[in-house]
Design a protein around this ligand. Structure first.
Ligand code: CTP
Ligand code: MG
Length: 228
């Protein structure tokens, strides 16, 4: 299967507060961006990678990825994650016109094992139009009112926490981006709203999104040493 991966990396990393965009933050000497792209390439199943970079850091990200292989391209992202994915998706029509599948993978999920990438692609190859990696929710989940008083306890057996890469057939993702104007926190959310079924595969604890300095500490002490 001819697969292109879009990597939104244009966020500011406000919650991490490292003073540089989160994707450029190093973990044991290698940036989150470089690690995320390496994980995609290590799956041996992704032909092109298109990174959406912050406008003012585009050159630096290009340099960062210079050794990542010939199929890696950097484009300018936008103000919201959706804008960045949209920019990379538009670029994919020029860079990877024959792609049969599109993955969207957060640079911030830099330690996602290549096996998760392969499972998402396998599900697409099996005929799915949209696929997300998920994990069961470990905590008990409650709904609260505006004062923080508990209303009820949600049956968590039906809940899943969603990760990336999310996989799509190109037509379905393009149609979802064309028809839905609003901002979504994930790409499958747009596809769901367009009425397409979204399948799930098993995610991985190492695919966590590096959001806070606590997550970065986990990355430095647990995830990076486990991967090399
Ligand atoms: N992202 C992007 N363009 C944006 C906003 C986010 O490409 N305008 C990317 C981020 O770089 C990240 C992914 O989307 O790889 C998930 O976003 P998040 O974890 O929220 O990263 P940031 O937006 O950078 O962090 P924060 O919300 O703390 O500022
Ligand atoms: Mg954000």
């Amino acid at each position: 299967m001819d697969v292109v991966a879009l990597v939104p990396a244009a966020g500011r990393g406000t919650r991490l507060g490292a003073g540089v965009p989160k994707a450029l933050v190093p973990v044991l000497g290698e940036s989150l961006l470089s690690r995320a792209v390496r994980g995609l390439r290590d799956s041996s199943s992704v032909r092109h990678v298109i990174v959406a970079a912050p406008a003012e850091h585009r050159d630096r990200m290009e340099r960062e990825l210079a050794g990542a292989g010939s199929g890696v391209h950097v484009v300018e992202g936008g103000a919201e994650r959706t804008d960045s994915v949209r920019a990379a998706l538009e670029a994919s029509e020029r860079i990877a016109p024959s792609a049969e599948a599109v993955l969207v993978h957060d640079a911030a999920r830099a330690f996602t094992p290549p096996s998760v990438v392969r499972s998402v692609i396998a599900e697409l190859a099996d005929g799915a139009s949209a696929v997300v990696p998920v994990l069961p929710v470990a905590d008990t989940v409650k709904r609260v009112d505006e004062n923080g008083t508990v209303l009820d306890t949600v049956d968590r057996s039906w809940l899943r926490a969603v990760q990336t890469p999310q996989g799509f057939s190109p037509d379905v993702l393009r149609a979802a981006y064309e028809s839905v104007g609003e901002v979504a926190t994930d790409d499958a959310g747009l596809v769901e709203r367009s009425g397409w079924p979204v399948r799930t595969v098993e995610g991985h604890s190492h695919a966590l999104k590096i959001t806070t300095s606590f997550d970065l500490a986990i990355a430095e002490t647990v995830l990076a040493p486990a991967w090399a």
